[in-house]
Design a protein around this ligand. Sequence first.
Ligand SMILES: Cc1ncc(COP(=O)(O)O)c(C=O)c1O
Length: 471
Amino acid sequence: MTTATVTDPALDKFLHAYPSFASTRSLDDLRAREYARLDAGGHVYLDYTGGGLYAESQLHEHMALLADNVFGNPHSSNPTSLAMTTLVEHAREHVLQFFNASPDEYVAIFTPNASGALKLVGESYPFGPGDPYLLTFDNHNSVNGIREFARARGAEITYVPITLPEMRVDISDLDDALQHARPHGHNLFAYPAQSNFSGVQHSLEWITRAQAKGWDVLLDAAAFAPTNRLDLSRWHPDFVPLSFYKMFGYPTGVGCLLARKDALAKLRRPWFAGGTITVASVQGDRYYLAEGEAAFEDGTINYLNLPAVGIGLKHLETIGPEMIHERMLCLTGWMLDNLLALKHRNGTPLVRLYGPPNVDRRGGTVTVNFYTPEGRAIDHREIERQANRQNISLRTGCFCNPGGGEVALGLSAGELNTCFRSPGHEAHFTVDDFRLCIDGKSTGAVRMSVGLVSNFADVQKFIEFAMGFVA
Ligand SMILES: Cc1ncc(COP(=O)(O)O)c(C=O)c1O
């Protein structure tokens, strides 16, 4: 008797093109065991750069810990407080270990999210008049926002451009900009290890290159950390902001600033708060900041959620960041190969990609716009509406990365200034005002991102969805 095996020709082609995918098959089992809600709900989740997904066991382990123990506000000497303090400090050590950061060199400061970590640096960095704040066009708004702290202190803000089609930085532009560190000044250079707009991975070699020229380096690892190993014994950025929900889905509300102790010592906090001081006096009008991370954790930290950070890190360690990375690359490669091959009958490509067309130095974030056979962009909101109907979760807009968006969509400084200076827009400017003002051009794009438990079917369903726009 012979048994017929049903083969999926697309899957066969995929496995042939990306043979290393086979070594990541245990993630399919993990998905079936721990993330069954995805398939039970018919979800095609392609928004890992927006937020990661948690395994059921992460919730159970955390809930059991809370249910079985009595925890008080940490940093007192009563038994419930001490129990909590121990777990908070375990979580802190675990974060350092996960990133291979020596406790002699780095501290881990818990924050509400990556933006909270960035704000800590922005508000405390000792910019003086004429000091430079250098950043890439490609940055999340929470990194762009530091420019307002810099500007308020008279610092000079310089953006290093990125260029289409790959949305990378030309190294000669960067080298030129890095020449302008001020001797004896405070020089801050900020860039993302991975773009949340295009998926580009900017070189980690820039860290030493910049530091050698007198810069403190802020490496935004929020979009990089979920599918890449960041080894802080090999790379030594001064400041690294992160959000844990992007790495393992749960908990939200906790992020971290990993800071080199030397760099942290330069920061000047603009205020003090509960938990950040050793002594503060009303009548004496003095306060003394605590040492190390304590000086940067304002008030009560999100203590009950911190054990869940350790649980999430353990989950990633059990799988292994290398396996997560390999799978992400295979699926991203397949998505790119297929999307870029889609053509209308008249030969016009269906999509325009903003970012690298293959898996060389990129992550699993793929951003495109869809076009009609006549070459007119299809409104990204329409793509999202149609994806929603098929239970495909993707993201549209500019993803809080306006520099990436402006370069991708070809919006010039002149056009933008005309819009922002038009009468009635001194203080208010809505997205609809913006759309109207740059009449005819796209104001956003469509972003798909794969991650921890993405599978072949997720990507293939999206490709089939995209095929529906071929005319
Ligand atoms: C590269 C990058 N930096 C910073 C952030 C901000 O993260 P959060 O919103 O968790 O503060 C994000 C979020 O998408 C991001 O992708």
